[in-house]
Design a protein around this ligand. Sequence first.
Ligand code: AKB
Length: 301
Amino acid sequence: MSIKPAQTQKRILVTGSLGQIGTELVSRLRKAYGPENVIASDIKKPSKNHFSIDGPFEYGDVTNIDTLAQLIVKHNIDTVFHLATVLSALGEKMPDVALKVNATGIQNVLELSKSHKFQVIAPSTIAAFGPQTPKEQTPDITVQRPTTIYGVTKVYTELLGEYYQKRFGVDFRSLRLPGIISSEALPGGGTTDYAIEIFYEALTKGQYTYLSEVPENRLSQRTYNITAMSFTPKELADSIRKVKMPRFSISYNPDFRQKIADTWPKSIDDSIARRDWKWRPDYALDEMVKDMFEKLEPKVK
Ligand code: AKB
């Protein structure tokens, strides 16, 4: 099922829009809903290259509920893509900041959604799982005892969102994303960049089932596992050799991020997303590698 987003008129706010997902998602949303209907926000200034489609940009600090409320009211927002997050590796370097941005951020967004009635889409992550979680084919509902502050705040995001949905009727939705590889923005403090996920797929293929557009009665839950592919660094290197560079060589130099990654699942069961809203990844490893080369080659040459 592919839902055409342009069928619905929306007023969207994207927090953390200068990050890895935001940079590409904003352009995609502007294409679908009209540039003037997608308000990008962040605490930094955008560069000329940040979004491929121009539109409104506002200062937006998610830890400050008043700033957020002003944006919601001023722009008559009905949907918030809440992307502002400190990722796993950076979070371990500054847990206090991660706690503030990640926990206070979602708390503020949800609190405002109660009174201003807007839909909240907030990504979660495989980092919301931990060492006691089953490693293979990890289901949606399972043990969640993460060991990073990022993971802890993402469990909080999931549970708080689900609480607000049940208690106050807030239309909260979340996807547990694996690692992300993007061609537009450099990764921003994550542990793994070894996966292509739904936003990237959407942005590069221009076709994607918008979780935010799925009718509520199709959702049997609010937080969904999704996955496109799982691979090791060696398998990625093998694919690079196969697709593009036969002589490509790789050396391994694991740092503290390896220890974080070791606590996360190796493969994810996304059968409920496939069943409920027909989630289907279009890319496998070789296609992703090919696509990355096509996108990045003109930039690095
Ligand atoms: C990270 O590595 O922190 C993120 C994630 C897996 O959520 N990419």
